[in-house]
Design a protein around this ligand. Sequence first.
Ligand code: FAD
Length: 498
Amino acid sequence: SQFVVFIIITYFMFILGELIRPLPRPLPNDILSLHIATRLRTDPNSIKLASSDYGNLVQENSIAVLYPSSIDDIVTLIKFANNCSTPLISISARGHGHSVRGQAMARDGVVVDMGALSENGIGIRVSSNRNPSSGYYYADVVSWTDYLYLTVGGTLSNAGISGQSFLHGPQISNVLELDVVTGKGDFITCSKNMNSELFLAVLGGLGQFGIITRARIILQKAPTRAKWVRLLYSDFSIFTRDQEHLISTNIPSYVEGSLITHMSPPNNWRSSFYSPSHYSKITSLLKSNNGHLYSIEVVKYYDDQSADTIDEELQSLLKDLGFNPGFIFKKDVALIDFLGRVGNIDNQNSEGQLETHPWLNLFVPKSRILDFNAGVFLDIIARHNQTSGPILFYPFNRNKWDDRMSAVIPDEDIFYTLGLLHSSRPDQSGNFDKLNNEIIEFCEKAGIKIKQYLPHYKSKKDWMKHYGPKWNTFQETKTKYDPKMILSPGQRIFNSVD
Ligand code: FAD
């Protein structure tokens, strides 16, 4: 009978919740007289898609989704929002919705599906003069991130990082020119020499200043093959020493690192690299090393001209490294197979169940990585006994970043990126939030000056702290290009509760 009472109470609470849930705001009538009205959708499917993201942790219902057929459609929408009498309509560009905390959503606002532009042949293209190609996802055109099904506009709004960033910088360091529709509805072409204030603000600008509709990006002819190597370490100091050595040589094409534990096993969704016999060899080492190991992934691209010398070059690169003897694993693959190692994934697990992704991405200054290892890897993460997902940890050179851009990084020549790419059942995501908070609090107490990548804060105070000396410029530029605070409200920077 207690169970029946529980069911009845739960049912009534559900009904009550539905009754008191605020109704979605209706679409203002005057928007329907605009020429974009036929491309504004309010059907449940469109709203559902725009109100969710890869994280599955936040849901913010928009009142409509714009599927633009031209850049002018975006200009019209933003100008309309600027002239709207209160309450104001917010607008968020949505790339592929690969954010994890609702950053591309707009509660009671309009989400602009940027993919629609591409379908109309106008979207952000990456092309070279010799061989023009149009496209949308990096998979179609070029590789700058580990995962290729992200959008150009979405990653340029963050930074776009991967194992190639030590050499080429983040994706935002490789942009020549942008077309942007600002928060006032002005269409502006910008570069380092033309409207540079807007250009620098938009790169890493979390969608706050304008919607990027075109990007000219530096491309390089891709070699055809890749020597793909993984090295395992028991010792953190040797692991990081070797990573820093590798990036100092400028010889590898790609360097990443990761932590392996029983909860973050060596083969995962980011790549299935090891054969069963290698896997059991690694698992034995893991056991004998108190359940944690470190792994360097180093790759050298090559083509026909260098095929005869590549092995020698690789051998000389790896010969003085201090990985555990016998724990070197090699593959020789087509470059396209290496770049495509992370397939197109969605937010369901292999059994089709919905998963949440309470990720934490940090930049950690090199001077404190030993403390970080002791406090975070060997203590906080070791105590957390739930299967999580890949744990990435690898270095960048600060001189490949342009600090005038909006992206925020630690103030040291070398800093590491930590990626805690958790996957969790919806009812357990709170445990991962606790873990993430514990890490942030530990760094806070230990005085480790971390910065969040793909940042997520709840209060303006935290945003101000995140931007530090850049905050005033960030705020002034916002006032100049989006004075009514219309764009990307899902980032919760200017509309956060203090
Ligand atoms: P969205 O999530 O749709 O948007 C992100 C933000 O940018 C929002 O605020 C949105 O309003 C704004 N925005 C989107 N388009 C535009 C535009 N055209 N103009 C202005 N603002 C815009 N990141 C890396 O750096 N490297 C990686 O290797 C990497 N791998 C990932 C792998 C997976 C499986 C996932 C889920 C994420 C990964 N990310 C990686 C993170 C990714 O860069 C961010 O999620 C980023 O937000 C891009 O995703 P998106 O293109 O879907 O953008």
